[in-house]
Structures are given as C-alpha cells and as structure tokens.
Design a protein around this ligand. Structure first.
Ligand code: CA
Length: 230
C-alpha cells in the first residue's frame, strides 16, 4: 500500500531531492515550504509520516512538532536537522519526534530510515494481539491504541515503544542509557538528556493511579526504572 508522507522543507534543492527519491520508492509525497502550512496539513491528518525541517518560514519546526503533539497528533515525525544543532535535536526528541537525520544526508540513507519507520508502523497491523494491561492502561500494541477504563487515551509513538520495552523487561532494572539506545535508537550511549525521564513522567500520568507515588513504573535510584512484577 502506498504511504503518504508530508515533507516540510524550505530549501528547494533538499526538498526536490527528497521528494523525488521518495516518489521513486513508491510513496506519495506532499511537499510544503512553510511551517505553519505544514502544521495545518499535518493536523488534518492522513499522513503516515512527517519529515520536518527545523529552520522554516512561518513557524519553526520545533514549534510545529510541539503543537502537533499538544493536539494529540501522533503521526511519526522525522526531523531534518543541520549538523551542530545538537540541542535542537535533543529538544525535538523530547517533544515527541521519532527520529532525526542530520544534514547533509544522503538521500539513500533518508529513504532507508523512512522505510524503516513505515515498516515499524506496519508491523503493528499483522495478526491480532491481545490487549495488554499496564497499570490503569489497556494497550493494543498491534493497533497502537490505548484505553483507560474504556475511554481511549492518546499515546505518542515513543510512549507505546517505552511501554512495550518496560513490559518486555518486567521486573528488571532498565537504565536510561539502555532505553535511549533500545527505544530511542540513539547511536551511542552516554548522551545527557532528559528525554527518558520526561517520557516516563508522561507515561506515569496515564498508567498510575497517583503519578507522584508510582506503583507500576518504579524509579530505581541512580540506575533507572523497573516495571513492578505485579
Ligand atoms: Ca530550512
């Protein structure tokens, strides 16, 4: 099935290269050059993936991302970032981006990364998996949906991934480094960021009866986190 990709990039040469390569690989690409227009398009939905430049006219990429996540739009976002914008990259991941690609990138690399994200999303649609319980949440990882007492709850893509990793490693201490590498796919360990803690905090809001006194996702001081055995 053809995938729809929204490309928000104001550099004509980059936009054209990415557009052509993705179309060549069988995707449908809608390209816009303005951040605000990108935000409005993304909000209308219907995209399988968003490629988002950071320095944009109209609205900065990080603001686009933050607003989308605030609106509960969970479409995977891959940030296109210039070399040396390390803090923006980390901020982007904290705001709920799924990945980043550093410019100048090879179009082939970008196409491969996009393909990996689309496949990861698709993996979810094979076979019916039972709903899994995590604290007060019921999660269907196959369809990437969650409920609390029967009412749908919006989880970000990385919240699903984090929940799944914790469940797969229930009872064991998982370190921040391990989570950054395994869940966020950071290339190396040891990067200082609040990403993991911020996401744990967000997930606790949805999982715990009292997020200030967690009974499920436990903090292991100086080490990381552990999902309670119960
Ligand atoms: Ca730009």
């Amino acid at each position: 099935m053809k995938k729809r990709i929204l490309l928000v990039e104001d550099e004509p040469a980059v936009a054209r290269g990415v557009h052509d390569a993705l179309v060549f690989n069988g995707h449908v690409v809608e390209a816009v050059v303005d951040g605000r227009v990108g935000y409005e398009k993304a909000r209308e939905g219907g995209y399988d993936l968003i490629l988002l430049d950071l320095m944009l006219p109209g609205m900065a990429g990080l603001e686009v991302l933050a607003k989308l996540r605030e609106d509960g739009i969970a479409t995977p976002v891959v940030i296109l970032t210039a070399r040396g914008q390390e803090s923006d990259r980390v901020k982007g991941l904290e705001l709920g981006a799924d990945d980043y690609v550093v410019k100048p990138f090879s179009v082939r690399e970008l196409v491969a990364r996009v393909g990996a994200h689309l496949r990861r999303d698709e993996r979810g649609t094979e076979g019916a998996a039972p709903r899994v319980t995590l604290g007060g949440l019921e999660i269907d990882f196959t369809r990437r949906e969650a409920w609390c007492e029967g009412a749908p709850v919006a989880l970000l893509p990385k919240e699903f991934d984090l929940a799944r990793f914790l469940l797969e490693n229930r009872g064991r201490v998982v370190t921040r480094d391990e989570l950054l590498v395994k869940v966020w796919e950071y290339p190396v360990a040891g990067i200082q960021t609040r990403t993991v803690d911020n996401y744990v905090m967000k997930l606790r809001q949805k999982v715990e009866v009292d997020p200030t006194n967690p009974q499920f996702i436990l903090t292991v001081r100086g080490k990381g986190y552990r999902l309670a055995d119960t």
